[in-house]
Design a protein around this ligand. Sequence first.
Ligand SMILES: Cc1cc2nc3c(=O)[nH]c(=O)nc-3n(C[C@H](O)[C@H](O)[C@H](O)COP(=O)(O)OP(=O)(O)OC[C@H]3O[C@@H](n4cnc5c(N)ncnc54)[C@H](O)[C@@H]3O)c2cc1C
Length: 416
Amino acid sequence: MHVCVLGAGVVGLTTAWSLVRDGHDVTIVEARGGAALEASFANGGQLSYSYVAPLADPAVLPKLPAWLVQRDSALRFIPRLDVQQWRWCAAFLLACRSRRARQTALEMLSLGALSKAALHEIVERESIAFDYVRNGKLVVYRDPHEFERARRKMELLVAAGSDQRALDGHACVALEPALAHAQPLIAGGIHTPSEEAGDCHRFGVALADALQRRHRVTIRYETPVSELVHADGRIVAARTAAGDIEADAFVVALGLGSVPLLDALGVRLPVYPLTGYSLTIHHADPPHTPHVSVTDLHRKIVYAPLGGRLRIAGMVEIAGLSDAQRAGRVELLKRQAQEIFPAAGDYASAQTWCGHRPATPDSKPLIGRTPYGNLWLNTGHGALGFTLACGSARVIADMIAGRAPSVDVDAYAYDR
Ligand SMILES: Cc1cc2nc3c(=O)[nH]c(=O)nc-3n(C[C@H](O)[C@H](O)[C@H](O)COP(=O)(O)OP(=O)(O)OC[C@H]3O[C@@H](n4cnc5c(N)ncnc54)[C@H](O)[C@@H]3O)c2cc1C
């Protein structure tokens, strides 16, 4: 079968790989001039399979007023005259109910486990280099109550098979000596030794290269899709300025670009941009740079060592695509990172980036069928797209092949 995958971010590329593995002919169509240049470009680099708690959680409810007024809050809500923003926020609040948040965490845990196995298969078969490390992840908490809540939540995940343990502040520094400066701030941490990290953009570029050279996949860069042409309940072509691209099946993996294209077909996707920022410090100073991936939960900032570089990523803004405050937020991220790792390297010359997570209100991606028989979705991966891409790709390939995926597909339906 000829399958057209829309989007060459990490989700589209891994989808293409899973489809090729099943023997399909694949064409990828991408608006940009290369692979992984949008949300997949300079993300936090965390392959966080066990730490998949959704953003929507009862614990965020008391923090909502601070999101509105505190300019240095890790999460900011900047109200807009935008129906989509308000609709998304209402659904987010509903997803914060404790039973639903718990169920979501368990569902994402099984998708995370599938993703881990699927990524390992890609890494082994394709020998791609992307500064990949199996270095473990340490989430540090500043507030003792928050640490205690996290410890209790961890017990739920451990009972479901997750490999995690709780550490006090001293044990956190013993595990990661680069945290020594921050020790007075740390109440405790949750360590997941099996977590991994890597450079998502390098992964995407290397995978695109392998798809083209080894698997004869055609990638049509600089080809924005303006419309999906349909007849009799099926998609017949992806319309581009360079002509229509026909295929037997189409997979939409366009991140934020999925929304307008599907809207035009009468399919409303609950996906909204959650803006974040990253810094990349080149030539990071080894004794002062973490070798374990670290998350400072209070600030919602993640740190990942990427082959001699340190990637620092964080902040969540529910503010649409406006860029009015970007310079201020990058400076704030630099200041906050220096609280934890002041001597990691030259912050002044760090490479800066702003990206938009294509997020659903409950943090679960949208994977599966649409009302159009041959149109499939693999989008809305929010803050965990690098982590969940390979598993989501396996699920959609299973569905297209008529096999039963190993996760509950109803949990990922766009109209769940
Ligand atoms: C600051 C930040 C930190 C993050 N940290 C992590 C992390 O540590 N770990 C993790 O797992 N995830 C992380 N994420 C999330 C992750 O980066 C995203 O979930 C993931 O990159 C989404 O991939 P995607 O392929 O769905 O979207 P994208 O990478 O955005 O790809 C979609 C592609 O579709 C193309 N496109 C859009 N519209 C059209 C069109 N009409 N025609 C043709 N092409 C089109 C775009 O050009 C783009 O290349 C982070 C995100 C941010 C912003």
